[in-house]
Design a protein around this ligand. Structure first.
Ligand code: URA
Length: 468
């Protein structure tokens, strides 16, 4: 067993030097005890080596070391050495494995350190002092971990033109506008109160404190008590928390409960006349052409809005444009559209008097060679496009809406619909509806007799719709 003397605040450079020595001597982790150089040890010191092996480590390990080494837990050295040893002995991507107990613990340490650095950036309070005719902003801060070197560069960036001095129990940092100098740990020396800066913090806290948003648990996590002692504004917290109920009542009492004085004038203004429905429908189609509500527009040639008279009594809703519709920019012009035209004519319905549209306005497909294979739109795409379908329905106000297939029926009813089980009348919100099959279902049927039978049923459905 060997003793690896390591000061409690050892940094990555010190740790690396010792770890290289241990690895060069092939000392396995259970045989090395990292302990303070001042503590008496029964073990032999790790011997000096003339030329310790040099090697590179994976990036994930280097990043873990950078932060975890700053933690105050004494076992961080042995954990880091254990992981390093195993990386050197074949577990190359060990530092990326959060399920490993040592790595998990080091990740935890790194997280705490990151948090402490963040708190130092947020909660360190400077006070202005005169030192030999110079203005120096000084501060006393008590971090939980050895984070000085990791946290201070932030202040250099932020306050580069000022002279400042940060004292902490783990060291000091002084910046004179051009040079940063670190010093040894300082005694607890909070700078004297600063009437202007302290009052600024108090005012800031008083004005941003919202009693209606008081969450004590979140307050304790975001502004842990550990840091309160050096933050002037925290002296306000107990009284503000205690008075929050009363302030809430006062706020409610002060809340405006009357319309503003100019509200009458606004209400008296004549309302702008609504545009004729046909114009409004054209405007919606124009908007559909620029739709980016989901990603389907990326691969489609163009959006395909509905078409038909603005006062159509009957609206037919399909699934989405197919290949031919995507190229033509019009609904139901491909093979399914031709079948639909035939069935409509047989059922005595005039296509020119219907409003034909789709639940989804862009063609969704998968490229396969030169072909574009239809893909069913997913629930999110149907939901995004429902916005347009609703607007078409609101403007056309058809007496009856026919859903061709399950996608249309789902979009219109807002739930999953089985066409086999629910074929026939159905209400779509306030509108009367009817569910039937999609014409491309007929095209997909493999044998002629089934296709003929289903086609007859489809025409019969359209016949019921026509007579309704
Ligand atoms: N299928 C549909 O659902 N809509 C069309 O416009 C074309 C084919």
């Amino acid at each position: 067993m060997y003793w690896a003397p390591m000061p409690i605040d050892a940094d990555a450079v010190q740790f690396r030097a010792m770890a290289r020595r241990c690895l060069t001597l092939d000392i396995a982790p259970p045989k090395v005890s990292f302990a303070s150089p001042d503590a008496a040890s029964l073990f032999d010191r790790v011997p000096e080596v003339d030329a310790p092996a040099s090697f590179s480590v994976p990036k994930a390990y280097a990043e873990l070391l950078k932060l975890a080494i700053c933690h105050q837990a004494p076992d961080r050295f042995s954990l880091l050495y254990d992981v390093l040893w195993r990386i050197r002995h074949g577990e190359a991507s060990l530092a990326d494995n959060p399920a490993d107990a040592a790595v998990a613990r080091l990740n935890d340490y790194a997280h705490n350190v990151r948090r402490d650095i963040h708190k130092m950036h947020a909660f360190l309070r400077f006070r202005e002092q005169r030192v030999d005719d110079r203005t120096v902003f000084t501060s006393w801060f008590e971090p939980k971990h050895f984070i000085l070197h990791e946290a201070v560069p932030f202040f250099v960036d932020r306050f580069s033109t000022m002279e400042w001095f940060i004292a902490t129990p783990i060291g000091t940092a002084a910046w004179n506008g051009s040079e940063l100098v670190y010093g040894p740990p300082a005694e607890r020396t909070p700078p004297p109160a600063d009437a202007v800066l302290d009052e600024t913090w108090l005012t800031y806290y008083r004005t941003t404190f919202n009693p209606a948003r008081l969450r004590l648990k979140a307050l304790a996590t975001e502004m842990p008590r550990h840091y309160w002692v050096n933050m002037p504004e925290t002296q306000l917290i107990p009284a503000m928390v205690a008075g929050s109920g009363r302030r809430l009542q006062e706020m409610a009492a002060r809340a405006p409960d009357l319309a503003p004085r100019f509200a009458g004038k606004i209400a008296a203004r004549p309302a702008a006349p609504l545009p004729p429905v046909a114009d409004a429908l054209s405007a919606v189609k124009e908007e559909i052409a620029h739709c980016r509500r989901c990603l389907l527009h990326c691969a489609a040639t163009q959006a395909v809005p509905g078409e038909g008279p603005a006062d159509a009594a009957l609206m037919l809703v399909g699934e989405q444009p197919g290949d031919a519709e995507d190229l033509a920019g019009r609904p139901f012009v491909g093979p399914a559209g031709q079948l639909l035209d035939r069935a409509l004519a047989e059922a005595g319905l005039d296509r020119d008097r219907l409003y034909l549209t789709n639940a989804v306005k862009h063609f969704k497909y998968e490229p396969r060679g030169k072909r574009r294979i239809h893909q069913r739109p997913n629930a999110g795409e149907v939901q995004s496009c429902k916005w347009w379908l609703n607007r078409e329905i609101a403007l056309v106000r058809p007496r009856l809406i026919v859903a061709l297939g399950a996608t249309a029926a789902g979009a219109l009813s807002g739930r999953a619909v089985s066409v086999t089980k629910e074929r026939g009348p159905m209400s779509f919100g306030e509108a009367q509806g009817f569910v039937t099959v999609h014409p491309s279902f007929l095209l997909r049927l493999p044998d002629d007799s089934a296709r003929e039978r289903e086609y007859r049923n489809f025409v019969a459905d359209l016949g019921r719709v026509a007579s309704a």
